[in-house]
Design a protein around this ligand. Structure first.
Ligand code: DSN
Length: 421
């Protein structure tokens, strides 16, 4: 295993703990051991730095700060105002946004809350949210029926093209014109390709909808200039902070400042509409991570993440595995392990996603089962797996390491024993 290069994860140093509660301490040690020993290919996970973890475990956690800087419902928030304002300033700077043109709310506890606050602020209950279907790579909070976002609002779902397995912008546009959604969400948890945000702007304009870009998965790539920025085109941008951005778990909402007052509506929707007091320790951790990401070394990291994912995709492809859409432009890829699976020398092959995930985990490779476009199975036992490079790139892995990971995956999945019809 290669040593860390970008932000080396020295687990011993980062996670050394001295707490008196021996039961919790042992569980933390157990999880540390697990994290150290596995290869982590979950594209939405990463390792945040020691500094960010320290901020997360700091005295900021003791403070109630309902409200926003200089407008709180509790006393004693002088320092809290400073940390929240610092996080906001760093967030705007990282993405090259001007104060007065863009506003950022750093209080969402997580990504689903951030999206919910945007809908609550901008779309009347019962209005239409247009987002990508789950099987095409959309997120639960983009208007899926099982989420409150698909119950309180009417979902209008689009899918990727069945043949290219990529977005067909013309079809999305036709659906938008026909359905006239209030808001269009361009954002994905399992779409490996570059999204044309300019085309989404045109689609939103064609039907009079707001354009929300949920950049949770790709925020670190955007910050590192390894993926196109949505900011020139979006009205609102949401993101989590713990995926490619490599911070602690939290989220942010960026909104344009203009006569529509989106920023005021969204701020009000988040608090008091949806959340109570902000988790100030999270905000402090995010502030640390935003500074770390605003550096040449992070730009290198982001570019290496994409190179590593592309190497993984190509190496698996060479071995015969079907990669959805034929490859990746980002940090993640989808492998059709079932109908696109490779047969071994006994003529056995094609592993459903659930089994593929379990087979890999047994050998120390962690990933998640995932639905694929044209899914023929179920979300609980889908046809594929989703793989990603952010976490292992943080641990210093490069193209050669990812070639070896592909070899291991190939060997493990070819070991399938039960012959299928
Ligand atoms: N659970 C995240 C992911 O894995 O993509 C999205 O919320």
């Amino acid at each position: 295993m290669s040593r860390g290069f970008y932000t080396p994860i020295r687990f011993q140093e980062v996670y050394t703990i001295y707490m008196k509660d021996s039961i919790v301490r042992k569980l933390i040690e157990e999880e540390k051991k697990r994290q150290k020993s596995v290869i982590n290919l979950i594209p939405s996970e990463n390792y945040c730095s020691k500094d960010a973890l320290e901020a997360l475990g700091s005295v900021f956690d003791n403070k109630y700060a309902e409200g926003y800087p200089k407008a709180r419902y509790y006393g004693g928030n002088q320092v809290i105002d400073k940390i929240e304002t610092l996080a906001q300033e760093r967030a705007l700077k990282l993405f090259g946004l001007k104060k007065g043109v863009w506003h950022v709310n750093v209080q969402p506890w997580s990504g689903a809350n951030a999206n919910l606050a945007v809908y609550l602020g901008l779309v009347p209950v019962g209005g239409k949210i247009m987002g990508m279907s789950l099987t095409s790579g959309g997120h639960l909070s983009h208007g899926q029926k099982v989420s409150i976002t698909g119950k309180a609002w009417q979902p209008v779902l689009f899918s990727v093209d069945g043949v290219t397995e990529t977005l067909d912008y013309e079809k999305v546009k036709q659906l938008a014109i026909q359905e006239k959604p209030n808001i269009i969400v361009a954002g994905f948890t399992a779409y490996p390709r570059v999204v044309d945000f300019k085309k989404f702007r045109e689609i939103a304009d064609a039907c009079g909808a707001y354009l929300l870009v949920d950049m949770s998965h790709i925020a670190g790539l955007i910050a590192g200039r390894a993926y196109p920025s949505p900011f020139p085109y979006a009205d609102v941008v949401t993101t989590t902070t713990h995926k490619t951005l490599r911070g602690p778990r939290a989220a942010m909402i960026f909104s344009r400042i203009d006569e529509r007052e989106l920023n005021k509506k969204i701020d009000k929707a988040l608090f008091p509409g949806l959340q109570g007091g902000p988790h100030v320790s999270q905000i402090a951790g995010v502030a640390v991570a935003l500074k770390e990401a605003d550096s040449p070394v992070f730009k290198k990291y982001a570019k290496q993440v994409v190179k590593n994912a592309q190497t993984l995709a190509k190496s698996l492809q060479k071995k015969g595995w079907k990669i959805i859409s034929g490859g990746t432009d980002s940090h993640l890829l989808l492998v059709d392990t079932w109908m696109g699976g490779v047969k071994n020398e006994n003529g056995v092959g094609g592993v459903p996603g659930k089994e593929a995930e379990a087979m890999l985990e047994k050998e120390g490779i962690i990933c998640n089962k995932n639905t694929i476009p044209n899914e023929s199975r179920s979300p609980f036992d889908p046809s594929g797996i989703r793989l990603g490079s952010p976490a292992e790139t943080t641990r210093g892995k490069k193209e050669k390491d990812f070639e070896k990971i592909a070899e291991r995956i190939d060997v493990i999945l070819r070991g399938v024993k039960i012959k299928r019809k």
